[in-house]
Write a new protein. Structure first.
Length: 201
């Protein structure tokens, strides 16, 4: 398996910001939730207060480490991301590695735009956290500037959403993905259920 681990430059960030109005919000949600609804709701609220929202998708960061690939179904994409996330946490020995990559991406984008965005009125929206150590790392880095929000839908709706473009997927496969997302048996696996316990909202 020719996997690529994040380089030192991919984990470069600083913990100090001269923009006290910046806010970092991370999102925790179970597998099978339509996140586009969440994105639009957050964007609408941000506009009311003159904030620009910039979304950092951890899934995009994982995919960027490897050669582009196409997925036949959404379930294929989800399982691939789960596998790669587990791999990164295991191989680096750091269960917060994906959060650190997100912080580095914030640093990179801020620097790319000259370090000053929308007069400092920016919400960096990290989607989504899957391990409790990721929350603790972001709390340590951003302190009171960090907030964790949670969204949830019932299991029946999530199963239905996961089967939308996966009509041939077995109920067993869908249930396995849902259970793995909720609480992996491996310490470096996803622990979405535990992450919910840290949510501010």
């Amino acid at each position: 398996m020719n996997e690529i681990l994040p380089s030192g430059s991919a984990l470069t960030y600083n913990t100090y910001s001269e923009q006290p109005t910046e806010i970092v919000i991370a999102h925790v949600a179970p597998c099978g939730l339509d996140k586009e609804v969440v994105y639009e709701a957050i964007k609408d609220e941000a506009k009311k207060y003159g904030y620009e929202i910039i979304i950092i998708r951890i899934s995009d960061l994982i995919l960027s480490l490897n050669k582009p690939r196409e997925f036949i179904t959404e379930l294929d994409r989800i399982e691939y991301l789960m596998d790669r996330g587990d791999f990164l946490r295991k191989e680096t020995g750091n269960n917060a590695i994906l959060a650190m990559m997100a912080v580095s991406e914030i640093y990179r984008r801020r620097k790319l735009r000259g370090g000053h965005i929308n007069n400092g009125k920016v919400i960096w929206f990290i989607d989504s956290l899957k391990h409790s150590q990721e929350v603790l790392e972001l709390q340590k880095i951003y302190s009171i500037g960090f907030h964790l929000i949670s969204t949830h839908v019932d299991l029946k709706e999530r199963r239905k959403y996961l089967s939308l473009d996966n009509s041939n997927a077995s109920e067993t496969r869908i249930n396995k993905i849902v259970d793995r997302d909720k609480q992996s048996a491996m310490p470096y696996g996803q622990q979405t259920e535990k992450v919910f316990q840290y949510a501010d909202y």
